[in-house]
Design a protein around this ligand. Structure first.
Ligand code: 1CP
Length: 362
């Protein structure tokens, strides 16, 4: 018997598996975070990664949006970051207020690979992440499912080589175009670690998983096929085998979010994922056409910037979106096309969520 309480709301798991649902489930990328005053209260002056590593704090922050929007949100996502895999491989990262993550010693030439650990023991060195998941799932007490996640290999290669977010991707591009062989070695090593990391998150209690390829759109279609897709496919095909080895019996839905890679939607539908998450550059009707009856659930895709519009605008856009995805009673999960921003008004988000419920039930 499971150590956790039975789920009272399993809408998102049913939608991800392609079942008919009474309304489309909703969660929001970066739903825990800086736009919520209670986040700042709990975080205080503590370092970001210190909060992730403290199971009490991480679980409290994870549950904040579920409490704040009581009954309006259908999943929690563990408070952590995609950069914990680079940390496991030996990178030191500072989270700088107002700037984001900065790596102390990014990879600038193939020899630099020797400075990192390509085969970290992610079960041991990220044990804090699993403890946070187990505690959060216990505290959630079955209210909504808990999502785990990771960054995709190319996106993590970008951070490992650039050292931070980028506009020009000078170093990441040098890796793929000049140090191509070594870039593949790195991507493969990251992939191996990610599979174990995702599997251990499930062992700890994660009930659905998302892979964030946030920098996918920096590559053209041909490069996406070489540097993203094969690794995304490996994750989807090897993870279930690893979960089987770990004696996980239930099916764990897997989502891929490749921001900006609109050209890859057809390929992503064949990549082994249950759910494909879309940014706001897709017209929902067009995405549904590309899916063309395949057993894929789409997730997305409201421009988060719409939260800066009036409540009436939000209402109109929610209606358009849900209609565009065919009403949302099957194969659809509502989300933003990317994460919340720190400047957003929590009340606007509440209006968004309520309108999603209203139109989703129609
Ligand atoms: O509710 C949640 O979603 C919280 C969990 C979460 C997730 C899923 C956080 C907390 N980060 C992420 C994923 C993440 N981290 C991604 C993929 C999603 C996306 O594209 O946004 C990426 C690219 C990162 C890297 C990262 N971490 C950035 C972006 C840097 C850049 O390149 O511009 C930033 C700012 C962070 C820090 C971070 N992670 C999470 C939060 C709440 C914050 C802000 C930290 C703070 O100052 O309090």
């Amino acid at each position: 018997m499971s150590q956790f309480a039975p789920l009272k709301n399993d809408l998102i798991l049913r939608a991800a598996k392609g079942e008919k649902v009474e309304r489309p489930p909703i969660w929001i990328m970066r739903q825990a975070g800086r736009y919520l005053p209670e986040y700042h209260e709990v975080k205080g002056k503590r370092d970001f990664f210190e909060c992730c590593r403290d199971a009490e704090i991480a679980s409290a922050i994870t549950i904040q949006p579920v409490d704040h929007y009581d009954g309006l949100i259908d999943a929690a996502i563990i408070f952590s970051d995609i950069l914990v895999i680079p940390q496991a491989m030996g990178f030191e990262i500072d989270m700088i207020d107002g700037k984001g993550p900065v790596f102390r010693d990014p990879l600038r030439s193939p020899e630099d690979i020797n400075k990192i650990n390509l085969k970290p023991d992610v079960k041991t060195c990220l044990d804090w992440a699993y403890k946070a998941i187990t505690l959060t799932r216990t505290k959630l007490n079955g209210r909504v499912p808990l999502l785990g996640f990771c960054g995709a290999p190319w996106t993590l290669l970008v951070y490992m080589t650039e050292g931070q977010g980028s506009k020009m991707f000078r170093f990441a591009k040098q890796w793929i175009y000049e140090y191509t062989k070594e870039a593949h070695i790195l991507l493969q090593a990251i992939t191996d670690s990610l599979i174990e990391f995702l599997a251990q998150q499930v062992v700890a209690g994660a009930q659905m998983l998302q892979v964030f390829e946030s920098w996918g759109g920096e590559l053209g279609p041909i490069e996406f096929e070489e540097f993203c897709l094969p690794y995304l496919k490996q994750i989807a095909s090897r993870l279930p085998k690893r979960l089987e080895e770990l004696d996980i019996k239930e099916k764990i839905p897997l989502t891929v979010f490749a921001k900006g890679s609109w050209y890859a939607l057809d390929d992503l539908c064949e990549a082994g994922y249950d759910t494909v998450s879309l940014d706001w550059t897709y017209r929902p009707e067009d995405a549904v056409k590309v899916v063309n009856g395949r057993r894929i659930t789409l997730q997305g895709n409201l421009d988060p910037g719409i939260m800066y519009g009036s409540n009436d605008t939000i209402t109109t856009k929610v209606e358009q979106m849900i209609k565009g995805f065919g009403g949302g009673k099957q194969n659809y999960i509502i989300n933003f096309g990317h994460g919340t921003h720190p400047f957003m008004n929590p009340d606007k988000i509440e209006h968004f969520l309520k309108e999603c419920h209203r139109f989703g039930l129609q």
